[in-house]
Design a protein around this ligand. Structure first.
Ligand SMILES: [Zn+2]
Length: 96
């Protein structure tokens, strides 16, 4: 590899934000309360899926917080915060 005057070759463009919609088969709004026990349990059963935070908005679940669980098409079970679960169940997410 030759370095012609350290010139970097690059292309840059701005990609417009796109809408993402995922479908769920069901949602259990009161799945369980986040606690250190739950974290330990998840770690034991092989936490391939991160359940320490809301799958959709990525906000971490706090101890004592009620988590929701939803089964998403092609994704499987993911935990959600109450706000996102509400959106999912009540269809306030803005997509038909
Ligand atoms: Zn959320």
């Amino acid at each position: 590899m030759t370095e012609e005057g350290n010139r970097k070759l690059s292309l840059t463009k701005i990609i417009p934000a796109h809408k993402k919609t995922i479908l769920a088969q069901w949602c259990q709004r009161e799945f369980g309360v986040m606690s250190s026990k739950f974290r330990a349990f998840r770690a034991n059963v092989g936490g391939r899926v991160n359940m320490n935070s809301c799958y959709w908005c990525k906000r971490p679940h706090l101890d004592g917080e009620m988590m929701a669980l939803a089964s998403f098409v092609r994704l499987g079970n993911r935990t959600l915060c109450q706000k996102c679960a509400k959106e999912l169940i009540e269809g306030t997410g803005g997509e038909d």
